[in-house]
Structure formats: structure tokens, C-alpha cells
Design a protein around this ligand. Structure first.
Ligand SMILES: [Zn+2]
Length: 318
């Protein structure tokens, strides 16, 4: 991926790339922003730029260092990701030990910490020690969609770059440039709320759009007596896709709110307008948020659905 392929780039990021091309860089970066906005790709592109061996424009994309970075297999780039939902202190210790050794190829040593917010407190404290006493050639790049979960002392030691979603139209344009058929690109851009990475994920997930149909069908089943039970039965068994169901419901709720506030919905067709005449998007959204909390508190999916209480309007009006 090249810098020109990133749409809607923060001006700070462009400046950072220029510094990297000149071989100058701070020792800690924090890339924050929603899922799928290019934080990870940008971290690798930055690493590639710093490690590229070309005497000309960097990254050249052709030298051995570039190729290793493109394969995410450069010995001087260490990547850490959560194991079972958390980054543990041992992982951070291993990482800082690795970084303290001389680099294999004589250049910088780079650590990419994915989902940095999943570091538990002792892991964050271990990292903080390294950030407080940086060694000359190490660069830490922390990636997160929840910077608020990081210790303020960590955030303050990093140069923060914010990544954002695109307008749906711009997102669709990026997808079309990548070969997605225009009609599908517009739908994906809307469903991904302008996150290119998320749109590509949905594109590659054959089950997502059928699941969405099922969820919207469940909402439609709310009308009439016994509607809540019918709706719950339709999505009571979603086999590990609970988060996707809640995401679909949230997007739907936000689209209803758009209609109810007099704006154009993202969804095409009359379905969203019909639903908007039956129940309030803000009520549905509140229930979705509540269900998410219940799941975090380890409640079962069916119980979370019951707590969510679909009685938006259907029960009363049926
Ligand atoms: Zn190169």
C-alpha cells in the first residue's frame, strides 16, 4: 500500500511520513481511530519507509527490506497483539527485551502494538518504563480504537495521530478504485460507516449480508401479538456473530434516527421509512447499547436479547 492510497489522511500523518523519509522520527506514536480506518496498514507503511534501503525515494517497494515489510516479516519489526483478548505483561517484557538487542539490519527497531487498549495495567506499566527511558533506535507504534483505556502517562508520551472514517461517498470511491462494483461499493460504504477496512471485511464475509436480512426480518416480525418472542427466536441463535447483530441493529437504529430527523437514510428503498413510522431509532439504539453492556458482563446472548426487550412498539400496537 502506498501513501497516496490512503484517503482522508491527517495532516500530521503526512508530516510524519516526510520525517520518516528523511530518517527522523519520534520514539513513540499513538494511532487512534475507529476500526478499519488504516491504522495498522499505516504503521507497516511507516516501518517500511524507515527500514527501506533505497538511496532514492522511500519506500521503494522493491528492496529486500521493503519486501519483508510488505510480507509483515521483517526481523526488526516486532508486532504484538492480544492473546485471549488481553496483552499481558510477559508479552510487553518480551517485546522490550527484543527491542534492547541490536537490530538485524542496522536500522531502527520498531514495535507495533495492536489493540494497545487491551494491555492490562501491569502491561501498561511495563511499557511505560520503556517509553520513559527510550533507547536510541526503538520506535513504538501503539494502535487503538479506545485511547481512553490507556494510562494518561502513556498517551502523554506518544505523538498521537487520529484516523477517521470517510464520508460514505468517498469510502465508496476508494472501494470502486479497488475493483468493487459501484452499487455494492455504495452499500458496503454505508454499512461500514465510511471505514474502508470494515467495508472490505464485510465484502469478504459471505454471511454478513444474509445475517443482516435476518436481523431486519426479526425487527419486522415485531409487529403483531407475540412479536417480541418471534423476533427473539429469529436471532436467538447466531453462533458467534452476536457483535455483528448488534452492529447491524445499531446502524439500523442510526438510519431510523436520520429519517426521523428529516435527513436522507443510508439504506435505499422504503423499508427504513416504513420502520421509522413504527418505532423510534433512539429507543432501539438505547436498547442495543444496553445489550452490549449485558454481553460484556457475561450475560448469555438470549438473556441479553430478553433484557434488550424488543417491545419497541409492536407489542403495544399489535
Ligand atoms: Zn525499499
Amino acid at each position: 500500500m502506498r501513501l497516496s492510497e490512503f484517503a482522508g489522511l491527517d495532516a500530521k500523518m503526512e508530516q510524519l511520513m516526510r520525517s520518516a523519509q528523511a530518517g527522523r522520527i519520534v520514539h513513540a506514536l499513538l494511532f487512534s481511530g475507529p476500526h478499519g480506518t488504516g491504522k495498522r496498514s499505516m504503521a507497516w507503511l511507516l516501518a517500511q519507509t524507515l527500514l527501506c534501503a533505497s538511496p532514492g525515494e522511500r519506500p521503494c517497494g522493491a528492496c529486500p527490506a521493503c519486501k519483508k515489510c510488505l510480507n509483515e516479516a521483517h526481523p526488526d519489526v516486532h508486532s504484538v497483539a492480544p492473546e485471549k483478548n488481553a496483552i499481558k505483561v510477559e508479552q510487553i517484557r518480551r517485546l522490550t527485551d527484543d527491542l534492547s538487542l541490536a537490530s538485524y539490519e542496522g536500522g531502527k527497531k520498531i514495535a507495533i502494538i495492536e489493540r494497545a487498549d487491551s494491555m492490562n495495567e501491569s502491561a501498561q506499566n511495563a511499557l511505560l518504563k520503556s517509553l520513559e527511558n527510550p533507547t536510541g533506535d526503538a520506535l513504538f507504534i501503539l494502535l487503538t480504537d479506545a485511547p481512553g483505556a490507556l494510562l494518561p502517562t502513556i498517551v502523554s508520551r506518544c505523538l498521537q495521530v487520529r484516523f477517521r472514517c470517510l464520508e460514505a461517498e468517498d469510502c465508496a470511491r476508494v472501494l470502486i478504485a479497488r475493483g468493487v462494483e459501484p452499487g455494492r461499493a455504495r452499500l458496503l460504504a454505508a454499512l461500514a460507516q465510511g471505514s474502508v477496512g470494515r467495508a472490505l471485511e464485510i465484502d469478504g464475509d459471505a454471511d454478513y449480508l444474509p445475517l443482516r436480512e435476518r436481523v431486519l426480518g426479526a425487527l419486522e416480525a415485531l409487529n403483531g401479538p407475540g412479536g417480541v418472542a418471534r423476533a427473539t427466536a429469529k436471532i436467538g441463535d447466531v453462533k458467534g456473530r452476536e457483535a455483528d447483530v448488534l452492529e447491524i441493529l445499531e446502524l439500523w437504529a442510526r438510519d431510523l434516527m436520520r429519517v426521523q430527523n428529516g435527513a436522507e437514510p443510508l439504506d435505499v428503498g422504503n423499508r427504513v421509512r416504513l420502520a421509522a413510522s413504527r418505532y423510534r431509532g433512539s429507543d432501539l439504539l438505547r436498547r442495543v447499547m444496553f445489550a452490549r453492556q449485558q454481553l460484556k458482563a457475561n450475560l448469555s446472548w438470549v438473556n441479553a436479547l430478553e433484557f434488550m426487550d424488543f417491545a419497541l412498539a409492536g407489542e403495544n400496537r399489535g
